[in-house]
Ligand binder design. Sequence first.
Ligand SMILES: Cc1cc2nc3c(=O)[nH]c(=O)nc-3n(C[C@H](O)[C@H](O)[C@H](O)COP(=O)(O)O)c2cc1C
Length: 196
Amino acid sequence: MSDATDFSLRDPLSGVDPQFPTRWSPRAFKKTPVPDNVLARLIDAARFAPSCFNEQPWRFYTSNQQNFEEFLHLLLEGNQLWAKNAAVIGFLVVERHFARNNTENQHARFDAGAAWMSLCLQAQREGLCSHGMGGIKYDEIATYLQLDNNSHDVVMGFAIGEIGDKTDLPEALAEKEQPSPRKPLDEIWPNRHSAG
Ligand SMILES: Cc1cc2nc3c(=O)[nH]c(=O)nc-3n(C[C@H](O)[C@H](O)[C@H](O)COP(=O)(O)O)c2cc1C
């Protein structure tokens, strides 16, 4: 993480662990490779997320040096612009049905989100950044990964790597390259002060 990062738009309460407000999603990445054992720790951190009936419906697919360009072209063009400099591109997939009774798992995406956040925080501990992407080619990804559409959904894409220099980004992206603000606590906790 760059020391020059300006976190002034972030206002955690005193005592909130800094790992939460200092996690952010840059678009400027360095091409430094992420060693396989480090990437394994990121995915392993995700393994310990909670999930409904402990079904662990998340599946992570990641690029390597050989297929990076193929993964890159599965992103929408706006994301390719900056993600091309990331070290790793990945896709988060969920298994849609409970293994226990083959019924639809309504919580699969929620659980996958928890796993994704674990990955992000482990990345931060490794000195890496992560950036989620909804702007991806869902159908093409399912075909590329040879997923069974009846049982698996592509949830999101992500980029991982060392933070880079924002001056290397296109101007419009460089202007936005700063940790974003958050809604006030009262807005996301509407009944905090209600009586009874
Ligand atoms: C599911 C999801 C989809 C996202 N899609 C994109 C995307 O397609 N392109 C992009 O540049 N950022 C994308 N983002 C990043 C968000 O814009 C970013 O997380 C949000 O603005 C909060 O900023 P922060 O992560 O720096 O705290 C996505 C994030 C998530 C979690």
